[in-house]
Design a protein around this ligand. Structure first.
Ligand code: BES
Ligand code: ZN
Ligand code: ZN
Length: 506
């Protein structure tokens, strides 16, 4: 790989808006409902430039908008970036996360090396949570996948050094604590994006396993075991192996274990991720348009890996297993055929009617393994179905579960992390659709309701354990509204969400 991805670092600095030294000073302005005393002071130092910009209508403070001002040495920063926060009464932590993201996106666009951020003027949200969101946002927006660009026409900086600023000593304490968490989560999310953005010839199951091993060895109390195809065969993980049968790159089940002595839960939680490093569909081959995007069919697995890193780095007192089901789905002479029947790790038999419904097959064995490890809560995360995109568009991921309390916990984590979920049903009718005729189960249901039949299939392997399934196919890559805040490609969906979910258990 020719190039190292922009290194982003976020810290806090105690200073004023006028004295902050940076290539860009980014500030947040509401469209309605706030006096913003410190920003008015800055406006005075800038001889009323901010007021003028508002007056001529170039900037109204609306959400997602921004405008740049050149300071001509009136203050220490070279430029001021005004970021719209919308109406104050509607502002949530995610409003600030998005604004911070926009600031970093703009900073990287003009090759800025230093960014000072002050968004929390008059904010009514707990400063620690807000600072975490801002740090996460800076990482999110500053990310750009350009490992393989060798003709460096954009001459971008190698680093982006950002500081959340405030002049108040008391505020500093909370801001620093929040930024510390946001830095860890933001970095993890961006590395998940890199893993997903890497093409299939670069990142295949064995490579992902090697990276997981390296991550585990660099963080205390995180342990990593890798099952290769021989070990998986010995355990009779035949559903998993059926998916990988046609691939030259052999599958791996990656098992991360985090069981700190301080743990409050003695029965571990399992996070199970689908990591199909390339999904061609197999013998049920996908059409070629956009097939390249299926290098990101490992988004769930990447989210599990990087969440495990976050949990361990933050030393959270919770026992968690991360199970990553890594395989490549390819057509070949040795591939599984439509109609083949396999006996899964659990003993249940499945008729594989469509080899493109492969995620549920690797997850069936991954989920069963979570049960073997005595996990009492299982959350799986997978780019499982195109049908989920049909149901929700690209705006929200699907949440399907057999437990109301778990639904509530995940919805809470979703609100905190700004990674949106929407409930979809997973009731008996759907389970009836995947009952087999010549086997226990079949891997597809009828033409409609694919997100729910996919989940119902997984539930057969999870039950009676408390379980939830996150179908993140809609959030596999950045869609229209998101590209206002970040570059296209993987958004590393799930790292923030699962990190918040586990943080709330501690
Ligand atoms: N990885 C795909 C689902 C997907 C589609 C994710 C688009 C992201 C964007 C999955 O393995 C798949 O192909 N599912 C099939 C299931 C069907 C055969 C029952 C689908 O959605 O068409
Ligand atoms: Zn598929
Ligand atoms: Zn897939």
């Amino acid at each position: 790989m020719a190039r190292q991805i922009i290194k982003i670092n976020v810290k806090t600095t105690q200073t004023t808006l006028e004295k902050a030294k940076a290539d860009i000073l980014a500030i947040g302005l509401y469209s309605k409902g706030a006096k913003q005393a410190l920003i008015n002071k800055l406006d005075t130092a800038l001889a009323g430039e901010i007021t003028r910009l508002k007056k001529i209508g170039d900037f109204k403070g609306e959400k997602g908008t921004c405008a740049i001002l050149y300071t001509r040495k009136k203050i220490a920063a070279e430029r001021v970036l005004l970021l719209g926060l919308g109406e104050k009464q509607n502002a949530t932590a995610d409003t600030f996360r998005c604004a911070a993201s926009k600031a970093a996106l703009e900073a990287v666009k003009i090759n800025a090396k230093t960014l000072a951020v002050y968004l929390h003027d008059e904010a009514k949200i707990d400063l620690e949570n807000l600072a975490q969101a801002v740090a996460e946002g800076i990482h999110f927006g500053g990310y750009k996948y350009d490992e393989f660009v060798t003709q460096q026409e954009d001459k971008r900086a190698a680093n982006l050094s950002a500081a959340v600023i405030d002049s108040n000593q008391r505020a500093m304490k909370k801001l620093t604590a929040g930024v510390k968490v946001g830095q860890i989560v933001g970095q993890a999310q961006n590395f998940a994006r890199t893993l997903c953005n890497r093409p299939g010839n670069v990142l295949y199951p064995a490579k992902l396993a090697a990276i997981a091993k390296k991550i585990a060895s660099s963080v205390p109390s995180l342990n990593c075991t890798v099952l290769d195809e021989k070990k998986m065969a010995a355990k009779k993980m035949n559903a998993f192996l059926a998916v990988a049968a046609g691939a030259m790159n052999k599958p791996r089940m990656i098992i991360l274990k985090y069981t700190p002595r301080s743990a409050k839960n003695k029965t571990p939680v399992a996070l199970v991720g689908k990591a199909i490093t390339f999904d061609s569909g197999g013998i049920s081959l996908k059409p070629s348009a956009d097939m390249h995007e299926m290098k990101m069919d490992m988004t769930g697995g990447a989210a599990v890996l990087m969440t495990m890193e976050v949990i361990a780095k933050l030393k959270l007192p919770v026992c968690v297993y991360g199970i990553i089901c890594a395989a490549e789905n390819k057509p070949d002479g040795a591939s599984t055929l439509p109609g083949d029947i396999v006996t899964t790790y659990s003993g249940k038999t499945v008729e594989i009617l469509n080899t493109d419904a492969e995620g549920r097959l690797v997850l069936a064995d991954g989920i069963h393994h979570a049960k073997v490890l005595k996990c009492k809560t299982i959350v799986d995360i997978a780019t499982l179905t195109g049908a989920c995109i049909g149901a929700l568009g690209k705006h929200k991921a699907g949440l399907l579960t057999n437990n109301e309390k778990l639904a509530g916990s995940l919805e809470k984590a979703s609100a905190q992390s700004g990674e949106p979920l929407w409930r979809l049903p997973c009731t008996e009718e759907y389970a009836d659709e995947i009952k087999g005729k010549i086997s226990d189960l079949k891997n597809i249901g009828s033409k409609y309701g694919g997100a729910s039949t996919g989940a119902a299939f997984l539930e057969q392997f999870a039950k009676p354990v408390t379980w939830a399934h996150l179908d993140i196919a809609p959030k596999m890559n950045a869609s229209q509204p998101m590209t206002k805040y970040t570059q296209p490609g993987s958004v590393g969906f799930g790292v923030r969400l699962l990190s918040s979910f586990i943080m709330n258990l501690s």
